[in-house]
Design a protein around this ligand. Structure first.
Ligand code: SAM
Length: 230
């Protein structure tokens, strides 16, 4: 079934507008067709009624219930020096099932916080587009940037992906009872040894993916995909 992003609910109706209206037209959705529509109040199964001026009008049939996925994975991604790479990270880990992405400023990352903040609307848009494509129910949350030195072990399992160390291997991980995972991934130039030590001192466990070194966008995608499938 086709999926669309709606905005507000008016009584028993949802309006589709803007870019989404264009998609509705391109896909030649006809009156009477059933659609899944995401609104600020969640997902609804809707029947498309037709166009009114600049709106596509849908009649709500029922709310779509879903159970959130566990463990939730928060990806702390050190911002790539080539900032555009963050877009590949977002699209990848959104499909793979990460719950939240936090851009992290580290020694070797892109470090201009103002520019990162300016990118957030674009990254949130990509997260929503990816949700439509891959079928997940909740969008990947894209959070405000934080400094690596401020990270704390707030999850049940706290991992730092490190290609230099002999860390834990995926096959050693046990996720029974784990409801939340934090995963820290480095920028193109990796972490400094001081940074890795600082994270370990805070309780992050180093995890190594075998057998080679991945580009950062591949490392985050592979790690999230494996963790969601364990
Ligand atoms: N410049 C680093 C080097 O020369 O080894 C490579 C950094 S890698 C491109 C970027 C990040 O991806 C790393 O900091 C790490 O977080 C993650 N990464 C890539 N391959 C990995 C692996 N095999 N195991 C664990 N982490 C990996």
């Amino acid at each position: 079934m086709e999926r669309f992003l709606g905005k507000k609910i008016y009584g028993q109706k949802v309006a589709i507008e803007g870019q989404e209206l264009k998609h509705l037209k391109v896909k030649r959705i006809k009156a009477g067709e059933l659609l899944e529509v995401l609104t600020q109040e969640g997902w609804f199964l809707c029947k498309f009624e037709g166009f009114q001026k600049d709106l596509g009008i849908c009649q709500i049939v029922e709310r779509i219930e879903y159970t959130p996925r566990f463990p939730t994975i928060t990806l702390y991604q050190c911002t790539p020096v080539h900032l555009k790479t963050m877009e590949d990270v977002i699209v990848g880990v959104s499909q793979a099932g990460a719950h939240r992405l936090v851009p992290v400023i580290s020694e070797r990352s892109f470090r201009d916080k103002k520019t990162i903040l300016e990118k957030l609307p674009r990254w949130e848009k990509l997260s929503l587009e990816s949700l439509k494509q891959c079928g997940r129910r909740e969008p990947l949350i894209v959070d405000h940037p934080v400094e690596l030195s401020k990270l704390e072990t707030t999850s049940d399992l706290n991992l730092v992906l490190d290609n230099y160390q002999e860390g834990l291997k995926i096959k050693d991980l046990r996720l029974e009872g784990v409801k939340s995972i934090s995963l820290v991934v480095g920028p193109e130039g990796g972490f400094s040894s001081k940074e890795v030590q600082m994270l370990k001192d805070k309780g992050f466990i180093a995890l190594r993916l075998e057998p080679y070194t991945y580009r950062l966008e591949a490392a985050s995608l592979v790690a999230v995909a494996i963790l969601t499938n364990l």
